[in-house]
Design a protein around this ligand. Sequence first.
Ligand code: ACM
Length: 568
Amino acid sequence: MTSAESSTSTSASTSASTSASTATETSTPTSTDLVPAPRTVDGPHRTPFVFATGTALAAAPGTEGVARWLRTVVGTALGRDLPPGAAGADHTITLLIDPSLAPEAYRLTVSSAVEIVGGSSAGVFWGAQTLRQLLGPDAHRRACPDPEARRGVPHQVIEDSPRFPWRGLMLDVSRHFLPKDDVLRHLDLLAAHKLNVFHFHLTDDQGWRIEIKRHPRLTEVGAWRERTKYGHRASALWDERPHGGYYTQDDIREIVAYAAERHITVVPEIDIPGHSQAAIAAYPELGNTDVIDTTTLSVWDNWGINPNVLAPTDNTLRFYEGVFEEVLGLFPATFIHIGGDECLKDQWKVSPAAQARIKELGLADEDELQSWFIRHFDSWLADRGRRLIGWDEILEGGLAPGAAVSSWRGYAGGIAAAEAGHDVVMCPEQQVYLDHRQHGGPDEPMPIGYVRTLEDVYRFEPVPPSLSPEAAAHILGTQANVWTEVMQDRSRVDYQVFPRLAAFAEVAWSALPAPAERDFADFERRMTAHYARLDALGVDYRPPGGPLPWQKRPGVIGRPIEGAPPNV
Ligand code: ACM
């Protein structure tokens, strides 16, 4: 290596200064195109490692899963078998673990051989994702379009590690069911962006999506609705087709295993005590039967905050303990999400049974009744070695020490929780709700919420500067949330999620400077290469120039939020 050939960067923001033009042999992109940006890159240099028929793969103990992924995904995409080879040999990709590195950190060395060293198999896997990006867009296909193509990766050394241990995406499969194959594909897309938590929003008023063996009506009845509001609840339009679906327990096991192979943890959400009309439609005794005739309820076909919340009875507690027992058997994650958001108290206020419960427990009011509900499952989960996480409303009545908070109503809940010593996942709706429109123009399909552009997401900061260092240490990380009221299918989900998830991934992974100092122009430049990867992956992202004709939904009302531009 000569100094003329090399350039060393010490941070994500300066890696842009390395020149892509030093790559030879092929038009293979260089490390300067990586998304999310790595911490440091030494290189790229002129000479390429050539990924060819003879390229072999050597997997040290503990890295066999990554080797399988490289062979089946990258090898298949590039038409190479990657036969077993000798560690460290030329023309060989060697995978190994060095426990002196942080668990998710990796070092990727490209010379006449490739070596990926990770602090654990997760680190090796993230390094393999980086190698895939270096191999070019075709490495993101499902079969090889051109087996004759010479594919070179310029010599370089990349050292990288994530900023946060929780880099997530929440997907709502209740408002619109997403078939299992689409969920698996989504996990691949998370992995391609080095995201490692999949928050699976499985239950809501509009549908119950997970088979529970001891309560079969949850899916027999609760997974189906007669029709669906099309657009905002004020819209006059209906989709009159019945809608629904659910995952069997085998589907769930498959999803969890598929995620685990990609070093993604699946955090299931069962939302209580609000957002429960689908469950009550299936089992009317779960509702406030002394207030309304719950036998008349069906799975909700509209949007908004629903008054039909769970009755605070022993029967309800036992029912949900049964649900959670099956959930714990399916999901190995430490954290179990119990929702806890937007629980209207109107029915409890007029329910003699709920009022009697408040009195019997010596509680002050209905807010404390909600806390009692949450605390019951907080200790129930803790007794079983798990930790409760819920939306920031759960903070209002006090929490057990191990419980964590998803801060969605802005930063405030997360700040209060972190200062009180609780772990926090920052996901403020003002910044990272990807159902919100990504442009102020009239062509966005069913535009709702704030305008949050790619640049806005790129400048999102998960750790508020006002936090004390002790409290800041409680920010586990961040996640983007995808509520699907106005996303009827996978293509609509793609449009809302991409390209903003790429910006979000960089916020969650990379060592970015303060928001105002972030080099968005360089990110946009790297996005040019990334769009080609998304194209190869078959993602229906929002093009930089705006929606394609078939991506528009003219005439469907969105939802104005104060301060947001008017809807079409
Ligand atoms: C939420 O958006 N209701 C968590």
